[in-house]
Design a protein around this ligand. Sequence first.
Ligand code: YH5
Length: 282
Amino acid sequence: MRSIDCAGKKLKLNTPQIMAVLNLTPDSFSDGGQFIRDDGSVRIDHALASAETMVSNGAAIIDIGGESTRPGAPAVSSQQQLERVATVVEKLSSRIDTVISVDTSSPELMVESARLGAGLINDIRSLTRPGALAAVATTDMAVCMMHMQGQPINMQDKPEYGDIVAEVCGFFQQRVLDFTDAGIGKNKILLDPGFGFGKTLQHYVELLKNFESFVALGLPVLVGVSRKAMIGQLTGRSVDQRAYGSVAAAMIAIQAGANIVRVHDVAATSDMIKIHLAMVGE
Ligand code: YH5
């Protein structure tokens, strides 16, 4: 059976899996500030309870982030990210069997996350910060490699591609070599085309229509479309009203072979996957 080892926790990939978003930031686009007090401290018990609800609703991975990737969001020091995520990562990883993913570009936080029990690093910058490749290579964690054109501050200014599908595939192929050269096993790598990261609506559609091309590269594929601007553009809905559109887009990716969907609306996505599984006879 297909699976990926996340520092000792096995993540099954024989059926599509849900990565649930747990934002420990005061300023996230999609659900910001739920777990942060006015003094900046984290509501640990609320965050843990929310994660446990996500697991009972069908999440296989909890993706914990302490830094917003919103264009123009203030940079958060490694120390501050660590203060936000450390206790939640540690308590959750000991309480539940679910894989804990940490959303960070900071090498220090990557190493510390492994020590606290995390099994996966989700870095939108694909380990480009100095020391990040080496940091992950010293651990037994899996890592998600995401495509982004530009940087969060300018990525939506004027995204341009020749053939976006070929460019994203080319990026994956080169970056897989960089990862393996640094000592990260190919069996630890997930691919993510990075919806919303330097792409227009037209680009999103192109990526989703040709999703099989990423699956054909042979590594597990993760996709994050939940509540993003494309869903807003196509449905005319505000961020808190995008669940149905998000589930529809996730289903298209799953039907094309996506292995993991990163979502905010776990129960709705779980129902969709049940319907999908009935269709493919599982
Ligand atoms: C992703 O695709 N995305 S953070 C804006 C929104 C709603 C949601 C305007 N981290 C991804 O979720 N990691 C983020 O409304 C990610 N793949 C991976 N691997 C952006 C986000 C969002 C942004």
